[in-house]
Design a protein around this ligand. Sequence first.
Ligand SMILES: NC(=O)c1ccc[n+]([C@@H]2O[C@H](COP(=O)([O-])OP(=O)(O)OC[C@H]3O[C@@H](n4cnc5c(N)ncnc54)[C@H](O)[C@@H]3O)[C@@H](O)[C@H]2O)c1
Length: 212
Amino acid sequence: MKSEHIPRATIQRLALYVQVLETFRREGSEVLSSEVLAKACNVNPSQIRKDLAYFGEFGVRGVGYFVQDLISSIKQALGVDRVWKAALVGVGNLGKALLRHQDFPRRGFHIVGAFDCDPFKIGEEVSGLEVICSRRLKEKVEELDIEIGLITTPPERAQRAANYLVDAGVRGIINFAPARINVPETVYVEYVDFFHHLYAVAFNLNMDNQDR
Ligand SMILES: NC(=O)c1ccc[n+]([C@@H]2O[C@H](COP(=O)([O-])OP(=O)(O)OC[C@H]3O[C@@H](n4cnc5c(N)ncnc54)[C@H](O)[C@@H]3O)[C@@H](O)[C@H]2O)c1
């Protein structure tokens, strides 16, 4: 892999390529031309070549990409060809839905700890996991080898949840709560908020309506 900085947009496109390639694989395709892959991903073929070039040489001139090989190579490049253990903090509506979602283990992300601060929830079982008091995060992160934290608390509690995770040694956080969190530079945070997508759709519909 080249040591230069890989843009975030490239990482996001690589995830998209895997998603599209897996669909082709399910449908029985073994080889794909770069044009077909590019069209399905809604990018141009040179963009795909540029993105893949960060990680090595892929594809055969005049043939295209071998679907399974490319999926394996991209997953290896992204570091998702292994199991990652995660903790979820905030076992409410969203937290429970994520805990019950079968795609996490299927894709190599095992949520092995569920934490909450509500005494009525502590001890409850959700999707085979006992809800544990968030004060015990540090102990459990060490015991269970947890590397990723998912925050699904109310926004005003997200910083506290992040503090628990950082203090426990977690270096990767996905924050589903609509709040920015402060963490040390060594901790990587991703924010997920479907309202951002709804805003984008609403904005575009609004623009279309104004053009009519
Ligand atoms: N990212 C998205 O697209 C998206 C979608 C829906 C909801 N959300 C957000 O997800 C969050 C959860 O929503 P919900 O409907 O599940 O809320 P909820 O009230 O049902 O659940 C929140 C849970 O967090 C727990 N909690 C509070 N403080 C805590 C702390 N310090 N440590 C551990 N647990 C703590 C509460 O006891 C509760 O069980 C909210 O911030 C909401 O805005 C995001």
